[in-house]
Design a protein around this ligand. Structure first.
Ligand code: PFF
Length: 467
């Protein structure tokens, strides 16, 4: 490869010297990382899974998974990425002292997971984008679920519309990714996140001030543990992985864009809390309204597209709030998709030294192909099933409930048993400049003993190994 090609992947610093692209500072780090975590997971998945799995009890298991599994894995990933200053697969190749052990496979699984998630994620994002436009008219504005159901059905049963909206989403994401890490990902996050937050607060206030809102809050916050099954616990943990974008190299790749002065444990904690706040706000926007109008919260994935519009159509000024709601959901999806696509793009451009432009075009093309399997799952491929699931459901299930937890398990094993305490201490105290050794030691012990055992038990339990 020619030198000019390598240089195209680097940006210039103030002195005109070529440096690896990265986030520009503390705010950029937090907002870009939070932008990855916040997404359809908060506004589509979290509410529908909580709705299906009985509310507060599921929320509590999800909270525990976030604290005991999610946060340690996120800190581990940021640390690995920043230490190696490389994309996910190269990170393991660089940091593994024993070259015979194939730890780099974690990175490979990560790239596979990114493809699977993008395949269905871009489709759901496409529905949301289409709903922003539809919500301006009257087509989905009805209190009758038969009407909103038919509107949703006619969209997803049309293969050309399904493919078209997915490709439009991919084109948008590809366009932003082409601009680079600081000018593309970080700049978008800085613009989108405050708006998203403000819009969400508006919808929450509307929902909480409806008569009968209290029932929704009870559903979300008063646990009934009798509803909890082994499968639901695995789902809650899978959700924690999916939510925090961990277990697949996204956070390793983002960590590689952090400056050496960043306080990794502190940043990860802020992102975890910020993401949790957005999920809880989404729950407080949805459940009070759903209960206020006597609608069942257990519709599953169609909750957002069939149930929610009927709820908006029932409330005063509902049309206005419905537009805002779908707008904020589409904004949320963007940052998450940028981080998903960045994993394979960074891999191609760094590992194979492709230009960022070429890598982006190759990956967008591949994603359009793999993604079409998910886009066509509700029409021409509806009967094509593997293990009883359509491609859409299979990609969703395999990524959240298998690949991400397994990836996370090996990531914490790699950090605590292969990298080891001495290097971890140096990396997370920024060579002793941060006075957080006790905290880092605590994190290390959790990562070494608690997280891997929990993930393993929940995985096996979810697959019914304990009967
Ligand atoms: N965290 C995103 C969400 O909750 O919508 C989804 C996601 C993004 C998952 C990036 C995995 C990932 F690597």
């Amino acid at each position: 490869m020619k030198n000019t090609d390598i240089e195209k992947n680097l940006s210039k610093n103030n002195a005109g010297i070529a440096v690896r692209d990265g986030f520009t500072g503390g705010l950029g780090v937090i907002l870009a990382t939070l932008g990855s975590a916040v997404g359809l997971g908060n506004i589509w998945k979290f509410p529908y899974l909580t709705g299906v799995n009985g509310g507060a009890a599921f929320l509590i298991v999800y909270l525990l998974s976030t604290l005991l599994v999610g946060l340690p894995v996120m800190i581990s990933e940021h640390m690995l990425g920043r230490k190696a200053k490389a994309e996910a697969i190269s990170t393991f190749l660089k940091l593994n002292p024993n070259k015979k052990q194939p730890w780099w496979l974690i990175g490979v699984f990560g790239v596979v997971a990114a493809f699977m998630i993008m395949a269905f994620y871009t489709e759901v994002a496409g529905w949301v984008f289409a709903y922003v436009i539809k919500s301006l008219g009257n087509g989905i504005f009805s209190t009758d679920p038969a009407v909103t159901g038919a509107a949703f059905g006619s969209m997803i049963s049309n293969p050309w519309i399904s493919l078209g909206i997915q490709w439009a989403v991919l084109a948008l994401v590809g366009f932003i990714i082409l601009q680079g890490v600081a000018k593309g990902i970080e700049r978008t996050a800085k613009r989108v996140m405050p708006v998203l937050f403000a819009l969400l607060i508006i919808v929450v206030i509307r929902s909480l001030t409806l008569e009968g809102a209290l029932e929704g809050l009870k559903f979300l916050f008063m646990p009934d543990f009798s509803k909890l099954t082994g499968a639901a616990i695995l789902t809650a943990m899978g959700l924690a992985f999916f939510k925090l974008s961990i277990g697949m190299g996204t956070m390793i790749t983002y960590g590689s864009y952090f400056g050496d002065d960043q306080n990794i444990p502190m940043n990860a904690t802020k992102v975890m809390l910020g993401d949790l706040v957005v999920s809880l706000l989404a729950g407080m926007a949805i459940f009070p309204a759903v209960f206020a109008y006597g609608v069942e919260p257990d519709a599953g994935p169609s909750l957002l597209f069939i149930t929610i519009p009927t709820v908006f159509a029932s409330m005063p000024f509902g049309h206005f709030f419905m537009v805002i709601f779908f707008l904020l959901t589409s904004l949320a999806a963007i940052g998450a998709m940028l981080s998903l696509i960045e994993v394979p793009v960074a891999f191609l451009s760094e590992h194979y030294r492709m230009t960022r432009n070429k890598a982006t075009i190759v990956i967008v093309g591949l994603l359009a192909a793999v993604g079409s399997l998910a886009a066509l799952s509700s029409n021409v491929l509806a009967e094509a099933k593997l293990f009883g699931k359509t491609f859409f459901d299979l990609f969703d299930f395999l990524s959240s409930n298998v690949l991400l937890p397994v990836g996370g398990l090996f990531i914490v094993l790699f950090v605590s048993w292969v990298i080891g305490w001495n290097k971890v201490e140096k990396a997370l105290t920024n060579n002793g400049t941060l006075k957080n050794v006790k905290l880092v030691k605590f994190y290390f012990n959790v990562t070494r003993y608690v997280t891997p055992i929990l993930v393993l038990v929940v995985l096996l339990n979810g697959f019914g190994v304990f009967g």
